[in-house]
Design a protein around this ligand. Structure first.
Ligand code: CP
Length: 316
C-alpha cells in the first residue's frame, strides 16, 4: 500500500478488518516490523484520537515517531504555486514536504478544509502536494474531504459487534453551532457503500453530501422513518456541501434521545468524537449502554496499526 487516503486505495476492505482484529488480539505480534523506520505525523489542525492512536500503533510495530503541529511549531507554509512569497508565508510546501521525505519513512498528514472555497477543498491540493513532494507513503489523518482511518475503525467496530449478517446502518445528521467539515460523513458513506450493510443517510433538506460519496445509499429526509429497525446509528454534524460551508439549521429535534431509539433494533450509537454533549448527542445516550464511542476510539489503534503494517510490508 503506497497511500491510504480513501477506500479506493484498499484492495479488499474485509482483509483490512480481519488484519485489524488479529492485531487487536495480539498487539505486539509484529513489534519488529517497524524497527529502524520513522513515522512522521504532521498536523495542520487539532487532534486527540488520531494523534495518540496512530502514535501508539506505530510504537506497537517498533517504529520511531516524530510529531509536529506544523500550524503552531513550523514556519508559515505557502501552499500555492507561482506566487512571489513577499507576504506572511516563509516556507513553500515543495521544500517542506521534500525535507520531511528525508527524515521519515511514512508520513501522516492532517489537513482540514477551509470551508470557504469548495473547489479548493475538494481538489485536496495540500494532501496531493505532500504526496508528490515528500515521495513517501502517505496516510491521511483527515483531509479536506475524507477521514479514512476513522471509517476503517467504524467498519471494524460494526463487524465486531453486529448481531445480524447484514446490519442496517444509519448515518444521521445532528445539530451543531459551528460549521464542520463533510470529511467524516463523506468517508463513512464511501466505506459503508463498499461494505455488506444496508446503508441509509438521513439529514434535513440542504445537507445532501457530494453524490460522489453517497452513490448507492438510500437518503431519507424523515429521521424517524430512517431510524426504523436500525442496528447501528452513526451520529455526526456536517455543514452544507451545496451551500458550501453554511450552517442552514440547528434544529434541536434532530438530537437523539433514548426515547427516539425505541423504534430501532436496539441500535448501538456511534460517533467519531469529539462530541458536544446535549447539542449533537444526548448525555443519556453517551452515558448509556447503547453508546459505542469509547469502543470506537479504542479501535482507532488497530485501524492505524493495520494500515502502517501494510505499508511497511509493501514498501520495504
Ligand atoms: N475522531 C477523530 O479524528 O478525533 P481527533 O480529531 O481527536 O483526532
Amino acid at each position: 500500500m503506497k497511500k491510504f487516503t480513501s477506500v479506493k486505495d484498499v484492495a479488499n476492505i474485509y482483509d483490512l478488518v480481519n488484519d485489524a482484529l488479529v492485531l487487536k488480539r495480539n498487539p505486539l505480534g509484529y513489534n519488529e516490523i517497524g524497527k529502524n523506520k520513522t513515522l512522521g505525523l504532521i498536523f495542520m489542525n487539532p487532534s486527540l484520537r488520531t494523534r495518540l492512536s496512530t502514535q501508539k500503533a506505530a510504537v506497537n510495530l517498533g517504529m520511531d515517531v516524530m510529531v509536529m503541529n506544523i500550524d503552531k511549531e513550523g514556519w508559515a507554509l505557502e501552499t500555492r504555486d507561482g506566487v512571489i512569497m513577499n507576504g506572511t508565508t516563509v516556507e513553500h510546501i515543495r521544500e517542506a514536504a521534500a525535507v520531511m521525505g528525508q527524515y521519515f519513512d511514512i508520513l501522516g498528514l492532517r489537513s482540514f478544509p477551509n470551508l470557504k472555497n469548495r473547489e479548493e477543498d475538494y481538489n485536496e491540493d495540500i494532501l496531493q502536494k505532500f504526496i508528490t513532494y515528500s515521495g513517501l507513503p502517505v496516510i491521511s489523518l483527515e483531509s479536506g474531504t475524507l477521514h479514512p482511518l476513522q471509517s476503517l475503525t467504524d467498519l471494524i467496530t460494526i463487524e465486531e459487534l453486529k448481531t445480524v449478517k447484514r446490519p442496517k446502518v444509519v448515518l444521521t445528521w445532528a445539530p451543531h453551532v459551528k460549521a464542520l467539515p463533510q470529511a467524516v460523513p463523506n468517508s463513512f458513506a464511501e466505506w459503508m457503500s463498499a461494505a455488506e450493510v444496508d446503508f441509509v443517510i438521513t439529514h434535513p433538506e440542504g445537507y445532501e453530501l457530494d453524490p460522489a460519496y453517497t452513490n448507492g445509499a438510500t437518503i431519507i429526509y424523515n429521521q424517524d422513518e430512517a431510524l426504523q429497525h436500525a442496528d447501528f446509528i452513526y451520529v455526526k454534524n456536517w455543514s452544507s456541501y451545496h451551500q458550501y460551508g453554511q450552517v442552514l439549521t440547528q434544529d434541536p429535534s434532530w438530537l437523539l434521545t433514548n426515547k427516539r431509539l425505541e423504534i430501532t433494533n436496539n441500535a448501538r450509537i456511534m460517533h467519531c468524537l469529539p462530541v458536544r454533549r446535549d447539542l449533537e448527542l444526548s448525555s443519556e445516550i453517551l452515558d448509556g449502554p447503547a453508546s459505542l464511542v469509547i469502543h470506537q476510539a479504542a479501535n482507532r489503534v488497530w485501524a492505524a496499526q493495520t494500515v502502517l503494517k501494510k505499508m511497511l510490508e509493501t514498501n520495504y
